[in-house]
Design a binder for this molecule. Structure first.
Ligand code: SF4
Ligand code: SF4
Length: 89
């Protein structure tokens, strides 16, 4: 198995890393990742915080099939909520 790779505009190899998870415990619902994603992969959802017995908005992956693996969402996240994965081909 090999990893899916592409090329940069300058011709260098590039390995996409696709958004895999967002940790709702860390997410503060700031929406930075949502604004950064050009592929409409992310969306808000309600999260029940059992520690504080309250509900708050967090970001989640709603359309993973649209992800191109740019990792821009993770760059914008101030709480390091994202994990990423490569793709085998
Ligand atoms: S890796 Fe890129 S395309 Fe995928 S969710 Fe993050 S910003 Fe969107
Ligand atoms: S940037 Fe990080 S903290 Fe802000 S909504 Fe996205 S996942 Fe949550």
């Amino acid at each position: 198995m090999a990893l899916l790779t592409g090329k940069t505009r300058g011709g260098k190899d590039w390995t996409p890393t696709f958004a895999e998870t967002i940790d709702p415990e860390k997410c503060i619902g700031c929406g930075r990742c949502f604004k950064a994603c050009s592929r409409k992969v992310l969306g808000p959802e309600d999260f029940v915080d059992e520690e504080t017995d309250s509900t708050r908005m967090v970001m989640t992956i709603v359309n993973s099939d649209n992800c191109i693996g740019c990792a821009g969402c993770g760059v914008t996240c101030p709480k390091k909520c994202f994990t990423f994965t490569t793709m085998e081909v």
